[in-house]
Design a protein around this ligand. Sequence first.
Ligand SMILES: [Zn+2]
Length: 132
Amino acid sequence: MGQIKTWCPRCDQGWVVEVYIEPLEQIAYFCDECEALWFDGNNITQASFVDYSTFMEERGFSNVYDKLRFSNPDSAHITVDLNAEQLRLLIGALRETLEALDPWEFAARMGFTRQEVVSMMKRLRESQRTIE
Ligand SMILES: [Zn+2]
């Protein structure tokens, strides 16, 4: 998906940005003006949103805003062009890493937390779905 930035179709007052919902280990798209949330970055419409705090509270979470991680807008981004085969290779390599490394050594060996790797893998899988 990369950096999608969509003007909020629900409130018409803010940007929909990519977020990571930590307890769900899930990437989603969130309007910080009206708190509308979408899970499918390809279907950000007025009809398809859920209300973030309601959604989380229904699942038993409190302090729901602590559960959101925004990608750092100041960090540099690059775009990498991969074909389907290369994308499959990258996803496979990350999956192997997740399976092979023990939790206690994961961050030390990778320099990233397990969740960060899971999160990246989910993004890659979303991209993969768009070309399958
Ligand atoms: Zn909005």
